[in-house]
Ligand binder design. Structure first.
Ligand SMILES: *[C@@H]1O[C@H](CO)[C@@H](O)[C@H](O)[C@H]1NC(C)=O
Ligand SMILES: *[C@@H]1O[C@H](CO)[C@@H](O)[C@H](O)[C@H]1NC(C)=O
Length: 465
């Protein structure tokens, strides 16, 4: 390690952990404890509530047919840049990416990712293979799916998403396509996150995002300064815009936890073995290796958790109506699924430390409405960026999770829900499509799994007694 980086590493160590030489565990989790910013909740409460109550029931729910099939158009072209020059899409399956298509900023010197960047070209075919989406559906399922579609069409839905009507949209079995390591990382993945953070998070160009792998030619020492500037900028933002950034960062953290927890550990002709890769986890979240960024990202995971949890607790009356069904065609199973769903929603309602969404968009009504529109606009744009994700499996989960988060936000900030639902009984003005419902619960399932996985990584990092 060059002396400068070593010094920086030492400074960071002193900054966070209390012990003189913090353990590997502390170095990832030092910020993930106690109170969270912008809400009244603490990490430990969420951990035990999630890991022992929500997580097990939610997993069971998501195995049901209703939640298992998600319709998605993975063939939409990227609206922002031409994807032909990128690895991981069709072309990549037949020939590897020429090295001159790797963005120049990546090849920057002592940066920790530069080794990955160098092996990027070879990884490309591998990523394509691992990232392929399994499209198989049994004949019975295909028929049932047809019936659901008719059922959805006949409902009083007024927010149909065009995409779903497209002949290119197809059902995908989410259980056959788990979110896990695909080999899709490095420059191409950075480009997606970069456009999200740089162009869609209210951030002026003059403020540099710390640890941006696409920022070329920067010295390690600049990192700390950028971090200071960035966080004082973030602190100065209004609570809504800060929340927006934290949601994106939390989603990003969750995806990275999944990749580390379902890492491809063994790949032989006889078997593939997926499991925890502690080194990968540390590279993404260790305080020293990430110049302090990792622990902050983990903290944002809890923020997105609270937002989605609050949305679920609020939407209970919509699902509680006697005429609401989770229709798959199997009446008995559908009823069972619905009662499990309601059980979970009651559990979310019982959570004692919900954040208060009324503190968002609360100021001057005209300003608030404008801000809300901007918020929505940015979020919609981010969902479009998902069509630029090269690896199909990552695109699938990216689209699903943004739609799920979007649905959570729709619930939290929907006027018709707020005005009409409480006590007096649910309004029929508020509606969720099957797609919205499936994405909402599966997205929350991902975040809940990530919180649970943190416990596993904590154990793996704990020194043996
Ligand atoms: C949408 O995102 C793209 C890609 O980051 C960006 O170039 C564009 O400016 C964004 N559009 C709006 C209206 O925010
Ligand atoms: C775990 O991840 C590291 C860093 O990404 C990688 O170098 C290593 O090969 C992985 N370990 C296994 C067993 O795959």
């Amino acid at each position: 390690m060059p002396p400068l980086r070593l010094l920086l590493a030492l400074l960071l160590l002193l900054g966070c952990a209390s012990a003189q030489s913090p353990s590997a565990e502390q170095r990832c989790f030092c910020q993930v404890t106690g109170h969270l910013d912008d809400c009244t909740c603490d990490v430990e409460t969420i951990d035990s509530y999630n890991n022992y109550k929500i997580f097990p029931s939610l997993q069971k729910l998501l195995e049901n047919d209703y939640f298992r099939y998600y319709k998605v158009n993975l063939k939409k072209p990227c609206p922002f840049w031409s994807d032909s020059s990128h690895c991981g899409i069709r072309d990549c399956a037949v020939k590897p990416c020429p090295s001159d298509e790797v963005p120049g900023g990546i090849r920057s010197e002592s940066y920790k990712y530069s080794r990955e960047a160098a092996t990027f070209v070879e990884d490309c075919e591998e990523a394509e293979r691992l990232g392929a989406v399994d499209e198989s559906l049994s004949k019975e399922t295909a028929e049932a799916v047809l019936r659901w579609t008719r059922h959805d069409d006949s409902s009083d839905s007024f927010c149909e998403v065009d995409d779903i009507q497209s002949p290119e949209a197809e059902y995908v079995d989410l259980l056959l396509n788990p979110e896990r390591y695909t080999g899709y990382k490095g420059p191409e993945a950075w480009k997606i996150w970069n456009s999200i953070y740089e162009e869609n998070c209210f951030k002026p160009q003059s403020i540099k995002r710390p640890l941006n792998p696409l920022a070329s030619g920067r010295a390690a020492a600049a990192g700390e300064n950028e971090g200071n500037m960035f966080y004082s900028w973030l602190q100065g933002l209004c609570v809504e815009k800060r929340a927006f950034y934290k949601l994106i960062s939390g989603l990003h953290a969750s995806i990275n936890i999944h990749l580390s927890a379902r890492y491809l550990l063994r790949d032989t002709w006889a078997e593939k073995q997926w499991g925890h890769n502690v080194t990968e986890f540390q590279q993404r979240f260790d305080e020293v290796l990430t110049q302090g960024e990792g622990p902050r990202r983990l903290k944002n995971l809890y923020f997105i958790y609270l937002i989605e949890l609050r949305a679920l607790s609020k939407v209970l009356p919509f699902f509680d109506r006697p005429d609401f069904q989770l229709f798959t065609g199997d009446k008995r199973r559908d009823e069972e699924t619905k009662s499990l769903l309601l059980e979970i929603l009651h559990l979310t309602k019982a959570f004692p430390l919900h954040l208060d969404e009324n503190s968002f968009f609360a100021g001057n009504p005209r300003e608030a409405a404008k801000l809300k529109e901007e918020f929505r606009h940015h979020f919609r744009n981010i969902s479009r960026i998902m069509d630029c994700v090269g690896c199909f499996k990552c695109r699938l989960w990216g689209k699903l999770q943004t739609q799920g988060l979007g649905t959570a936000l729709k619930i939290l900030f929907s006027e018709s829900l707020i005005e009409n639902m409480p006590e007096r009984g649910p309004s029929h003005k508020f509606h969720l499509t099957r797609q919205e419902i499936v994405s909402l619960f599966n997205a929350f399932g991902r975040i809940s799994t990530s919180v649970k996985e943190l416990e596993n990584f904590r154990d793996l990092l704990r020194p043996l007694q």
